[in-house]
Design a protein. Structure first.
Length: 380
């Protein structure tokens, strides 16, 4: 029987506080500063665009750079190495920029294009950072799901000390994800509570009903403490129902065994004995059990009788009569079965057709024995 878990096996009540340094989300500040720089750069770029010397070559170079940007972003769509997205994006775009610059001849256009390209690349970097962050969140959430699933399974099989370590590690993983911004505060709280609840319920299911009832009635210092009161009430009702069913099943089984031992051949006497049981639930189960036992015995007996009848029929077919067949077995057959065998034996011995109606049979019996063998009851 599994050991009853104690509250200390679960460690302290779930907390989403952590001693790890909290990573401050400065994305808003960075974005605001970037917008100011972008606005100034765009103003300078707009003024410079008016002074381009070779507009066709410039457009050709810009097209080359934009094509490189689109192709590079598409390259990362199915790439899971999100940590290196920005570095590799800049490297690829640098190659695209060098290729685009070769299409310009004017130094002033090249300088203007460098400013234009810088804005294009930084815009791409912003997009690639967002894509990397999304992949990071998806990956870490998936890893957290694996950690929690493994913890739920392993905690049920571990010794108390290891179990506590497993549970604390799972809760710390949730806290860490909150600190990294992978989970919102609300999501982290809900996830921690759900994990603790799942473990508590799973631990209870491993216990015998009586132990489960005791823990649910007195939850302080046990895993049941982490369950909502309504959940405890629901589980308590289920445990009490299961415990009652187990008790009734065991008591009625014992009673039925004793009754069948005392009255192995008389269903009536056995049922009378069963109905004398005081506990109504045990009494009802015992009556059902006695009937089931006799039904089973009768079914077996019918099967045996049918086997005897088939064997006797085969015996007549081989020998022409029942002489030599076990009389003890024939006594187990019903009158109609015995009559059928007698008719079949008479037919085998004297060629008399088996009787097909009581009227003809009575008429046949009234004849002298010397005439019976020559009579065909089927003749018209």
């Amino acid at each position: 029987m599994p050991r009853i878990l104690q509250a200390q096996d679960l460690g302290p009540r779930p907390s989403l506080r952590t001693n790890r340094p909290v990573v401050r989300d400065r994305s808003g500040e960075i974005e605001a500063q970037g917008l100011l720089v972008l606005a100034k750069s765009l103003a300078d770029l707009e003024e410079g665009m008016k002074r381009r010397q070779d507009k066709v070559s410039y457009a050709n170079a810009k097209s080359t750079l934009l094509t490189a940007d689109i192709e590079t972003r598409r390259f990362f769509e199915n790439d899971d190495d999100w940590a290196t997205f920005e570095k590799r994006y800049r490297e690829k775009m640098l190659k695209g920029l060098n290729k685009a610059q070769q299409k310009l001849g004017s130094k002033s256009d090249q300088a203007l294009f460098d400013m234009d390209a810088k804005l294009t690349i930084e815009r791409g970097v912003t997009a690639i950072r967002e894509a990397a962050r999304k992949k990071e969140i998806d990956e870490k959430r998936a890893n957290l799901d694996v950690i929690l699933d493994e913890a739920r399974k392993n905690a049920l099989e571990a010794d108390p000390a290891t179990r506590s370590d497993i549970l604390l590690n799972a809760l710390d993983a949730i806290t860490s994800m909150r600190g990294e911004g992978i989970l919102t505060k609300e999501h982290a709280v809900n996830l921690g509570q759900a994990f603790t609840k799942d473990h508590a319920e799973a631990s209870l299911t491993l216990m015998e009903p009586e132990a489960r009832i005791e823990m649910l009635k007195h939850p302080e210092g046990t895993p049941a403490k982490f369950l909502h009161p309504d959940t405890r009430k629901k589980l308590l009702r289920a445990a009490e129902k299961e415990n009652k069913a187990t008790r009734v099943r065991g008591a009625s089984q014992t009673a039925t065994d004793q009754i069948m031992e005392d009255h192995p051949e008389d269903r009536g006497d056995a049922l009378v004995a069963a109905r004398k049981i005081k506990d109504p639930d045990v009494r009802a189960a015992a009556v059902t059990g006695v009937n089931a036992r006799f039904n089973e015995m009768e079914a077996i007996e019918r099967e045996n009788v049918d086997s005897i009848y088939d064997a006797a029929t085969e015996f007549i077919g081989e020998t022409g009569s029942l002489a030599g067949f076990q009389e003890r077995d024939l006594q187990k057959l019903s009158p109609s079965q015995q009559k059928s065998l007698d008719d079949f034996a008479r037919y085998e011995q004297k060629g008399v057709e088996p009787v097909h109606s009581d009227e003809k049979y009575d008429e046949w019996l009234s004849k002298p024995i010397a005439e019976q063998g020559a009579t065909n009851l089927l003749a018209k």
